[in-house]
Design a protein around this ligand. Structure first.
Ligand code: FNR
Length: 189
């Protein structure tokens, strides 16, 4: 299985990026995980749509090839970071590769509600006309990680808190089951 992570922070030491690396390492025997380079995408501009920049085509191709997509994002000012919204706006046009794509939303932030507000906004965006992703239902599957840095290993930088890791294992496991169910043609269910 080949999955893609879209990470909403461009910061080198980003906790959300480190969560993506943690998932990649822990599930190496179940799937490969690419991390999209959304920092290379230009600002969305309808004038660029006729001949989209190479980075846009690459990004759309990565989504199209993936069996499922993780969106792993911090919360900025009670919403999704602009860089992530920009990436989704590009994906919502042209070949619109997110339509019907299994998506799981996760996030790490230092606020008391650990990205809840940004995830709620993200789910609205994922339901919009050009996106219409097949989002893992939130009930029982919300991954809202609150950190002051204490849950992450100081050296390797990966998530290290055992309880949180066990929780992540269960929720990502649910997503893999969701992808497999989604792959069954609906007439055969
Ligand atoms: C934040 N942060 C933040 N946290 C939160 O829980 N709710 C919020 O609304 C905001 N707003 C916000 C705005 C901006 C511009 C910044 C830079 C930060 C803090 C944020 O959760 C923290 O910096 C995370 O560590 C960012 O994620 P990464 O970069 O570590 O992945």
């Amino acid at each position: 299985m080949e999955l893609l992570a879209i990470v909403g922070s461009l910061r080198k030491r980003s906790y959300n990026l480190r969560l993506a690396h943690t998932v990649r390492e822990r599930f190496a025997d179940r799937f490969t995980l690419q991390i999209a380079d959304i920092g290379s995408l230009p600002f969305f501009n309808e004038d660029l749509e006729e001949s989209p920049p190479e980075a846009v085509e690459q990004f759309r191709g990565q989504i199209a090839r993936a069996d499922g997509v993780f969106i792993i994002t911090p919360e900025y000012n009670w919403s999704v970071p602009g860089v992530l919204k920009n990436a989704i706006d590009w994906a919502s046009r042209g070949s619109r590769p997110l339509i019907g794509k299994p998506v799981m939303v996760m996030g790490v932030s230092n606020g008391v509600v650990g990205t809840l507000r940004s995830q709620l906004h993200m789910r609205e965006i994922l339901a919009s006309a050009g996106v219409r992703a097949a989002v893992l239902p939130p009930a029982g599957n919300e991954v809202l990680i609150r950190t002051g840095g204490d849950k992450f290993d100081g050296e390797k930088g990966l998530l290290a808190d055992e309880d949180t890791l066990a929780f992540i294992d269960r929720k990502v496991g649910s997503f893999l089951g969701f992808i497999e169910d989604a792959a069954v043609p609906s007439g055969l269910k």
